[in-house]
Design a protein. Structure first.
Length: 190
């Protein structure tokens, strides 16, 4: 009976330490040192949360840059990829449909190469980034939809340069642009 009481005491102590004290300590440190990141990297405009830097969103309007496709329709709860293999007929059909949509939506000719991130959903289905190439292919459509002058179109191109992020630690990943941040900056072009 004595070893049972000792085991129960150890269980209670470690439950309190690892289940209450440690999470509260780490949460407190994160709130002090990195408050924006600890709260989800939320983007607020006019006192309203418009999104997160970390989660992609769907943009269907012709006045905005479109995001990478999402299998889960940008819902973070069941996030994940489709798990279709490269030889899967359904994946081939999805890629062909996405290629056709991207070309027609952006009024591109059939010879224009489409960046792969606009054809394939990310593994999480929530990737907020596209490549600078994908953004540049959308500039003419957005400029026409917003009736931009050549000066405004140049500002849009400058936004793409400004928001292009380099690979993490200069070696992980590729150059990328956060679509939400780019669209918010596009709204500021007068």
């Amino acid at each position: 009976m004595g070893s049972f009481i000792i085991s129960l005491k150890i269980f209670v102590v470690f439950t309190v330490l690892t289940g209450i004290v440690y999470p509260l300590l780490i949460t407190g440190i994160a709130q002090i040192l990195f408050p924006a990141k600890a709260n989800g990297s939320l983007i607020v405009r006019d006192n309203h949360v418009v999104g997160s830097e970390l989660i992609g969103q769907q943009f269907d309007s012709s006045i905005y840059f479109t995001s990478r496709p999402s299998v889960g329709l940008y819902n973070p709860l069941p996030s994940g990829g489709s798990n279709f293999g490269l030889t899967n007929l359904k994946l081939k059909e999805l890629v062909a449909a996405r290629k056709h949509f991207f070309r027609s939506f952006n009024q591109l000719d059939s010879l224009q190469e489409i960046p792969s991130e606009m054809l394939f959903a990310s593994a999480s289905g929530l990737d907020p980034h596209i490549s600078p190439q994908a953004a540049l292919l959308q500039v003419d459509r957005i400029s026409k939809a917003r009736n931009f002058s050549e000066t405004q179109k140049q500002k849009l191109l400058d936004c793409i340069k400004k928001f292009t992020e380099n690979p993490q630690f200069l070696c992980l990943g590729e150059k990328r642009i956060n679509v939400l941040l780019l669209n918010l900056e596009t709204d500021k072009i007068k």
